[in-house]
Design a binder for this molecule. Structure first.
Ligand code: KIV
Ligand code: ZN
Length: 399
């Protein structure tokens, strides 16, 4: 369906506020090769807090002493965001997690267990009834140690529906305050994921008392679309990571989620508290500390996300930026629109570039310089400002 600029924007309602849960330091760090030092995690936590991320999942405290120390240190310095640690369903995990988040002004224990047939049979080697008992035990223990408890049904999207409903009911009864239905293997489709939330929210007693969360992996490239569909189905928390890092193909990218909700606020009533101005800084910092480059054409934060080379696009951009940009690069901390000079560039953009470089040429000199520029651009991948200065000086000298 197309949306007209004249359609009224839906009214803002607190019930439509989407909690942004950042898992860059936990699921993101589980990307092979992405480990971060304690100092790097602290710096990242400061950036995330400044961005007004609601929940920072700082690690998996039982995984190693380093992870425990990092979660604890993040809990000590963060005061606005909730600091969360991950724990499996066993007492040792949960108690270690509670200890790590203890210094936090707002702390959360996130405990999980698999509920899908394939995970229960092969990974856990447990009967479904035992899994149900473990949900009750683990969530009750976590709730005795912390007032804010998230429970996740790992592999929820491949779980039999009746068993998922029973599992969620057990977690809510035991005191979970957030219920996460992860698409652990990036398997679901947007419409299917939205229906999953609708079904669970409608059919589980007590569902109206908790927040539902999405957690989408990107194995089919659908993580962001699925997360937004989950919100349309009733979820009000999205778990995501800066630059979309995470297990295998990664998690839903925080920057894409935040901007998709913001830019399409005309269509969807959902909003977040995240301040987009810090997005590019966060992206560059995560790329620097993990050594994972950001692909040039990555939405929002890629080098080319606001770059235009073709003459037709550059001409449109020079007349009105809304012709080819749906958000402003400055709003996400990306600097300015970049009209890249290359073989597809047109005369209009070339003249503007010359102006910016301090040249006002007459028609003949401009034609001559433009021809030389096109010849050069055919041979060279990147035409830099210095190349343009050289060819214009040359054209002026010979003219
Ligand atoms: O992908 C997943 O299911 C997870 C859980 C631990 C939430 O990362
Ligand atoms: Zn995950």
């Amino acid at each position: 369906m197309t949306v007209s600029a004249n359609d009224p924007a839906p009214a803002r309602d607190e019930r439509d506020r989407v909690i942004i849960f950042d898992t860059t330091m936990r699921d993101g760090e589980q990307s092979p090769g992405a480990s971060m030092s304690l100092e790097e995690k602290l710096e990242l936590a400061k950036i995330l807090e400044e961005m007004r991320v609601d929940v920072i999942e700082a690690g998996f405290p039982i995984a190693s002493n380093g992870d425990f120390e990092a979660v604890r240190a993040v809990a000590e310095i963060v005061s606005e965001s909730t600091v969360c640690g991950l724990a499996r369903a066993g007492a040792a995990d949960i108690e270690r997690c509670a200890e790590a988040i203890r210094p936090a002004k707002r702390g959360r224990i996130h405990t999980f267990i698999s509920t899908s047939p394939v995970h229960m049979k092969w990974k856990l080697q447990m009967e479904p009834e035992t899994v149900l008992e473990m949900i009750t035990k683990s969530v009750s223990l976590a709730r005795n140690l912390c007032g804010d408890v998230e429970w996740s049904a790992e592999d929820a999207t491949r779980t039999e529906r009746d068993f998922l409903l029973r599992s969620v009911e057990a977690a809510i009864k035991a005191g979970a305050t957030t219920i996460n239905l992860p698409d652990t293997v990036g398997y679901t489709y947007p419409s299917e994921y939205a229906d999953l939330f609708r079904d669970v929210i409608e059919n589980v007693p007590g569902a109206d008392k908790v927040i539902f969360s999405t957690h989408c992996h990107n194995d089919l490239g659908l993580a962001v679309a699925n997360s937004i569909a989950g919100v349309q189905g009733g979820a009000r928390q999205i778990e995501c990571a800066i630059n979309g890092i995470g297990e295998r193909a990664g998690n839903a990218a925080l920057e894409e989620i935040v901007m998709a909700l913001k830019v399409r606020g005309d269509r969807l009533p959902f909003h977040t508290a995240v301040e987009p101005l810090h997005i590019t800084r966060a992206s560059r910092y995560v790329s620097a500390i993990t050594g994972f480059p950001v692909q040039f054409n990555k939405a929002i934060v890629g080098k080319n996300a606001f770059a235009h080379e073709s003459g037709i696009h550059q001409d449109g951009m020079l007349k009105n930026a809304e012709t080819y940009e749906i958000m402003k690069p400055e709003d996400v901390g990306q600097g300015a629109t970049n009209l890249v000079m290359g073989k597809h560039s047109g005369r209009h953009a070339f003249r503007e570039k010359l102006k910016a470089l301090g040249y006002e040429l007459g028609q003949n000199a401009l034609n001559e310089a433009f021809q030389r520029f096109k010849d050069l651009a055919d041979k060279k991948k990147h035409v830099f400002d210095d190349d343009i200065v050289a060819l214009v000086d040359d054209a002026l000298a010979s003219g």
